[in-house]
Design a binder for this molecule. Sequence first.
Ligand SMILES: [Fe+2]
Ligand SMILES: [Fe+2]
Length: 181
Amino acid sequence: MNAIKILVDEHDIILRMIDVTRSMLADTSTLNTDHVEQVVDFIKNFADKYHHLKEEDVLFVEMENHGMSRQSGPVGVMLHEHEQGRAYVKQAEEGILQLKSGDIHAAGAIKESLLNYSTLLTNHINKENNILYPMAERLLPQTVMLAMSENFVEAITIASNNKFKQKYLKMADELSRIYMK
Ligand SMILES: [Fe+2]
Ligand SMILES: [Fe+2]
């Protein structure tokens, strides 16, 4: 499978979880801490480790190797947004700890940080799908795209063998059934 198609498909799964997150946070008086923890687990491991690292460690590196700056320009902006997302998730985690220790006001802080994350990631994904990935397809030679595709297929195979991917797809399915009626 084509490397860019793999990344776009992962975006679709992340966007699905973002819709679930927005619905989950609509009414914080009924906030289910376990479900919020699942969302944070998904964001940290599927969206960030599994997806963003394909970009940061492979795609962006190749774009840099072919003349683009990692500090500024489109790649620099994408990296900055990944960092911003991590900061929002950290805030959400702190809110969850406070909520679990009995501070009911923490639900508002969790909502704010996860909604900020959702807005950031939705815009980020739009930029990647419509600007950055088409740019990469124009910039990178076919041999590089092929090697990247092989690399990503291998990552998917490993994630499927150790049931990593199934865990997060199942989580998105189950939470969708609850919150996306
Ligand atoms: Fe990204
Ligand atoms: Fe992405």
